[in-house]
Design a protein around this ligand. Sequence first.
Ligand SMILES: [Zn+2]
Length: 188
Amino acid sequence: MSWIETNEAIFRLSVFVAVLAVMLLAEWRRPKRPLTRTRRERWRGNISLTVFNTLTLRLFAPLTAVGAATWSQSHDMGVLNMLALPEAFAIILTLVLMDLAIWYQHKLFHQWPWLWRLHLVHHADMDIDVTTGARFHTVEIWLSMLIKCLVVMILGAPVIGVILFETMLSGMAMFNHSNVALPKQVDA
Ligand SMILES: [Zn+2]
């Protein structure tokens, strides 16, 4: 077992805090657009929703994506657990396929009217900044976790691959939504 697997919570929290700190600093030093509301007003809503979503998942979800991977591994379930592929290959495949699943999920949330109503919480943010990246309806967060668990179990994704995916997903969401003026070539 790798260090990341035994220290999942510390690893994910450290990366989250580090990315958040960098983005907040960049938003403060090089904001792209002026905010229409104060940070205090924005963050009160966005951060309390994010904390609420995280707590409901941690406290009530019978299974998270990482838990699903641990379960599949111990029961030898899922395609990758049955095939003896090199670990690096299994990790890369996990990252690519889970990213594809989340991309497709996002597409569905735009196309299906009842899903769009949930997803509107994310798009209705009056300004966009680093906190928008985690501003989602609680039901969308739960549905997304259900989809991730299914993908992980069918694939038999390695635990380390799922931890890396979850960490990258939240890190990229913070980076993509942050209100930072990037140099033109980088932004393109
Ligand atoms: Zn969207």
